[in-house]
Design a protein around this ligand. Structure first.
Ligand code: PMP
Length: 345
């Protein structure tokens, strides 16, 4: 590690278990099979794909399909290798060394990670004791620190907390820097900051195909904002970032949005079932506007799930252990509840 930059010395390589057996409820993925029409389309497409040529560096076909779906212009859209890439690009394009970046905590781990990689200074605003957003605290911190970038994760990963449109508006009006509203799980709730992109030139909404659209393996995310913000990202992004497969499958998905709507509805129904049952076990369970649930439970219950090859996410915050369970399909949730029932009744 002697060659590693000084400021990266505390960092660890990102690792995530690659689980291929059992029941996987640890990464907020979509538990339902991908639509058969999508597979059929890709099987057909493969026969004539131009894999010997570079892809369209601007992913224009995909951008046009996204623009149409959201009724915005193509200049208002940018695509990335997951929304992860866009988070990095936003910071890369905007912050100088030691510039301040604001984010809630606990929240998505890539905000601190990419802030560090881009030499920014992260100010974290803790959520309140019930894990709802501390809007007053964020507003105070914006006034004090004048951050160049503000991350709002809505709904928040890992807690499921939700900001209202009024709260996002208030923050955007006050902010002098770029407000990033990360709506990776936006399809599972009723609130979106998208209407604000027409009114404010300092806000970008990030979305992804990894969750509601069941395409985590294709790695495609997108941002919607005014043309100047999109241009910032295009200035720093890697050429040819999206490969031809990812561009094609995501274009199909967004052009056939309606196919995913019943799947999203099923996940929302399952979320309520899971939430109610977990509460009946007497656990501290937090309200969720997403496809996962944040809760406290005894470690022995977690160990029993592991033993049964049911994988959920264990997390530490403020010296305490919490768990994040992705909402699975009916059978997966039943299996999870059955194991927990043995330990918690
Ligand atoms: N934002 C949030 C809040 C997330 O939870 C995730 C994925 N875990 C992402 C962004 C990144 O998603 P992707 O890179 O797969 O688009």
């Amino acid at each position: 590690m002697k060659f590693l930059r000084e400021r990266f010395k505390e960092m660890m390589p990102y690792h995530s278990d690659f689980i291929t057996e059992g029941i996987k409820l640890d990464a907020n993925e979509n538990p339902y099979p991908v639509p058969a029409e999508m597979i059929a389309h890709m099987q057909n497409w493969v026969k004539a794909m131009s894999v010997s040529r570079y892809p369209d560096t601007d992913s224009m076909g995909l951008i046009r399909a996204i623009a149409k779906a959201y009724n915005v212009a193509s200049q208002n859209v940018v695509c990335g290798v997951g929304s992860d890439e866009l988070i990095d690009c936003i910071l890369r394009a905007t912050i100088e060394e030691a510039d301040c970046v604001l984010a809630p905590t606990p929240s998505f781990s890539m905000y601190p990670q990419f802030t560090l990689l881009n030499a920014g200074q992260l100010i974290q605003i803790p959520l309140q004791e019930d894990f709802s957003y501390d809007v007053a605290g964020m507003i105070q911190a914006i006034k004090t620190h004048q951050p160049k970038v503000i991350f709002l994760c809505n709904p928040n990963n890992p807690t499921g907390s939700l900001l209202t449109l009024e709260e996002i508006t208030e923050i955007t009006q006050l902010a002098k820097g770029v407000v990033v509203v990360d709506e990776a799980y936006g399809e599972f709730c009723e609130i979106s900051a998208l209407p604000l992109i027409r009114k404010y030139n300092n806000i970008i909404v990030l979305k992804t195909f990894s969750k509601a659209y069941a395409l985590a393996g294709a790695r495609v995310g997108y941002g919607i904002a005014c043309a100047e913000i999109i241009e910032l990202i295009n200035t720093v992004k890697v050429p040819y970032n999206l490969n031809i497969f990812s561009q094609e499958i995501a274009t199909w998905a967004i052009a056939h949005k309606e196919v995913f709507e019943p799947i999203i509805e099923k996940i929302k129904v399952q979320r309520e079932v899971l939430y109610t049952k977990l509460k009946q076990f007497g656990l501290t369970v937090y309200p969720s506007a997403t496809n996962f649930i944040w809760l406290e439970m005894p470690e022995k219950a977690y160990l029993a799930l592991q033993e049964a090859k049911i994988y959920i996410r264990k997390m530490q915050y403020n010296g305490k252990i919490y768990y994040r369970i992705t909402v699975g399909n009916e059978e997966e949730n039943m299996a999870l509840l059955k194991v927990l029932g043995k330990y918690l009744r």
